[in-house]
Design a protein around this ligand. Structure first.
Ligand SMILES: Cc1cc2nc3c(=O)[nH]c(=O)nc-3n(C[C@H](O)[C@H](O)[C@H](O)COP(=O)(O)OP(=O)(O)OC[C@H]3O[C@@H](n4cnc5c(N)ncnc54)[C@H](O)[C@@H]3O)c2cc1C
Length: 408
């Protein structure tokens, strides 16, 4: 049994804490705020068991032109963002070429199918069944041409990876989701995914479970982490300090800043996303992905959450155009919507250029471990990567491609 500090109580850190605790370690989970209040607060809530191929940067000329001209709602950029994130974006482009992408898929297709099964025992033990829905999500298409275009991909996913997906024509879509007013040609139904109606509450329930199982939840700033002999020490907000043999960096988008102090330079693409909740005249029953408008409409406990695609800007926009376009698209689909809250949430997806999370021992720093960089799929992969990290701390490494050594 070892003393372990996990820094960061987002969904990734909390799941890591639970996994390490299950192996008999004495774990403290440390955050500067309450669990799940940062990136893990605002996601679309999909446990994406279908996402076996990580999202590569679109490199086709037509896609790049659409992004450059601001026609795509998936990605928004500005010159300043390109300067700030240029190195990481260039690496992302290199890793998005077919051969490198195939390498990333080889790992991802092993991780993603475990997503729901890894969450299942935690959901049960945390008493969080009321937050989970198991009816998949619908990926809507507004033109027959676009729907035809994705059919081949969907059938390939079914044949090659065993992903549960069905093609719905317009009539089947209307039966599945009567709230949609627009006359659409059809949708893909990704049937095996689970959805969460309050991602922050799920993280909090997992954190409560961690405490019930004997874990400590503490307040502190990871920037104060220091060596103490062969181990580690961290001063806490209340003036006390904690020491341990091992420390796990699970700080999501803030991980690179802390690791830079210990000699590891982490290139990360930070893809900002926005959300706001709305009251809809007729709320959908399923999570809906409006693929051609780059938004997700997720029925949540707080209302209908419209989530946007990626904004590469470092600072949040007070009136994000991607959300404005998302509101217009959602209104076409569902009828009038009114905001259920005054503010707009934003957070940054911590994306690694090679599209794989970073899990394992930090080179040259005995007792320092990484578990971050889950990009678009941190909720999906949190429970899987907690288990992988716990195996690694015990000396078993079934996923060498995730190692932080690849960054050194
Ligand atoms: C709009 C949007 C939609 C998304 N939709 C989905 C989806 O449907 N499915 C999915 O799987 N993923 C989705 N994601 C991605 C997912 O939300 C993230 O991958 C995930 O939340 C990352 O979790 P994390 O624990 O690594 O980071 P975080 O949740 O950001 O946790 C990091 C923690 O570190 C703490 N921290 C930071 N700095 C310090 C410090 N110095 N000291 C102490 N503590 C510190 C923070 O307070 C925070 O609690 C989406 C993301 C966005 C933005």
């Amino acid at each position: 049994m070892a003393e372990i500090l996990v820094l960061g109580a987002g969904i990734v850190g909390v799941c890591a804490g639970l996994a390490l605790q299950e192996r008999g370690h004495a774990v403290s989970l440390i955050d500067r705020d309450q669990p799940g209040h940062a990136t893990s607060f605002g996601n679309a809530g999909i446990i994406q068991s279908e996402a076996v191929e990580p999202y590569a940067m679109p490199l086709a000329r037509r896609d790049l032109l659409a992004i450059a001209a601001g026609r795509s709602n998936d990605v928004r950029w500005c010159w300043r963002a390109l300067l700030e994130q240029g190195k990481a974006l260039a690496a992302y482009a290199r890793h998005s070429r077919p051969t490198a992408h195939t390498r990333a898929i080889a790992t991802y297709r092993r991780l993603i199918p475990q997503a729901c099964t890894a969450h299942a025992p935690l959901i049960r033990a945390a008493g969080a069944e009321d937050l989970i829905r198991r009816q998949g999500y619908l990926e809507l298409y507004r033109s027959t041409q676009a729907l035809d275009g994705v059919q081949t991909m969907a059938m390939r996913f079914r044949a090659e990876y065993g992903v549960g997906v069905a093609l719905l024509d317009g009539a089947a879509l209307r039966r599945a989701e009567p709230a949609i007013r627009a006359d659409l040609p059809g949708a893909l139904h990704w049937a095996d995914c689970w959805t969460v109606t309050d991602p922050a509450a799920l993280t909090l329930r997992y954190a409560d479970l961690f405490v019930r199982r004997g874990g400590q939840l503490l307040r502190g700033d990871a920037a104060a982490l220091d060596r103490a002999g062969s181990g580690w020490r961290l001063s806490l907000t209340d003036g006390e300090s904690v020491q341990a043999e091992h420390v796990v960096i699970a700080l999501g988008p803030w991980s690179p800043a802390v690791l830079a102090r210990f000699g590891l330079s982490v290139p990360m693409v930070l893809k900002r996303g926005y959300h706001r909740h709305y009251t809809a005249t007729a709320a959908p029953d399923h999570v809906l992905v409006d693929a051609e408008n780059g938004i997700v409409l997720a029925p949540m406990r707080a209302g209908l959450r419209i989530c946007t695609g990626a904004d590469l800007a470092a600072r949040p926009d007070a009136d994000p155009p991607q959300l404005r376009r998302g509101e217009a698209a959602a209104t076409q689909l569902l009828g009038p919507l009114s905001p259920a809250e005054p503010g707009i949430w934003s957070g940054r997806r911590p994306c690694m250029p090679d599209m794989l999370p970073v899990i394992g021992a930090v080179p040259g720093q005995p007792g320092l471990w990484a578990n971050f960089g889950h990009g678009h799929h941190g909720l999906t992969l949190a429970a899987v990567s907690g288990g992988i990290l716990a195996d690694m701390v015990e000396g078993q490494d079934a996923y060498p491609t995730l190692s932080p050594a690849r960054l050194a």
